[in-house]
Design a protein around this ligand. Structure first.
Ligand code: AP5
Ligand code: MG
Length: 216
């Protein structure tokens, strides 16, 4: 099963993708995580995208399509992919359709996560991530355990993202409404779109997604 998690910054795409990896053995493909890894390891591409990401703008289609193609071709398991933060433009959506066709896979569902902007600001400004395994925490809704160790891997190095500030978030939201939200109509027209309420507790959102996937 191959699915897209579609939603604005802070909608909970990464949080839900990690639960699907844990519970269904699917493979998470997050272009944001791939770009941050390139930035941290100092590759030429990483240097090129660092400022763009910090400002909250979108990276060019050719870079992210290249990253997804690389991962799709190298993955050999059959449990299915979760596209997290990709596609984000109509060009990327067309490219994903072509790529899946070429590797003999199909898209099963697009899960659109329904949230509101106030919740996003609150969620993003309180977020931190384990620097070792990427588990996502939140000062208010999912605090780092009291012993200061990640509940998944035990590491004690937590990071805040450089684009998790109010200015970048404003720009990320603008980019979302201008370039990514048209994908809702695109996938609705193809019959692939499923809305899931994203404002409840993490487990409630997970149940909403599970209901969609179990009824495909
Ligand atoms: P990316 O990393 O994809 O960021 P994003 O889309 O802005 O989304 P986030 O990762 O911020 O949010 P999320 O939905 O994953 O939420 P999370 O689960 O963490 O992209 C970053 C940048 O990279 C882009 O701005 C762009 O520059 C570039 N980029 C990436 N992909 C690209 C592409 N395809 N094309 C072009 N450029 C690209 O949750 C957020 C917080 O809320 C956490 O603290 C979490 O604990 C908490 N939370 C989650 N669920 C709940 C809940 N139900 N209740 C309460 N709290 C919750
Ligand atoms: Mg994310």
């Amino acid at each position: 099963m191959n699915i897209i998690l579609l939603g604005p910054p802070g909608a909970g795409k990464g949080t839900q993708a990690r639960l699907l990896v844990e519970r269904r053995g699917m493979v998470q493909l997050s272009t944001g995580d791939m770009l941050r890894a390139a930035k941290d390891s100092g590759t030429e591409m990483g240097k090129k995208v660092a400022d763009v990401m910090a400002r909250g703008d979108l990276v060019t289609d050719d870079i992210v399509i290249g990253l997804i193609e690389e991962h799709l071709r190298s993955a050999d398991d059959d449990t299915g992919f979760i596209f997290d933060g990709f596609p984000r433009t109509l060009g990327q959506a067309d490219a994903l359709g072509d790529l899946l066709g070429r590797v003999g896979r199909r898209l099963d569902a697009v899960i659109a996560m329904e949230v509101n902007d106030e919740a996003l600001v609150e969620r993003i400004t309180a977020r931190s991530t384990c620097g070792n395994c990427g588990e996502v925490y939140n000062d208010i809704t999912k605090p780092i355990p009291e012993d200061g160790k990640c509940s998944v891997c035990g590491a004690s190095d937590f990071k805040r993202r450089s684009d998790d500030n109010e200015d970048s978030l404003k720009q990320r939201l603008l980019e979302y409404y201008k370039k990514t939200s048209p994908l809702i109509g695109y996938y609705h027209a193809k019959g692939d779109l499923h809305w899931v309420p994203g404002l409840g507790e993490i487990e409630e959102v997970a149940s909403g997604i599970a209901r969609v996937l179990d009824n495909l």
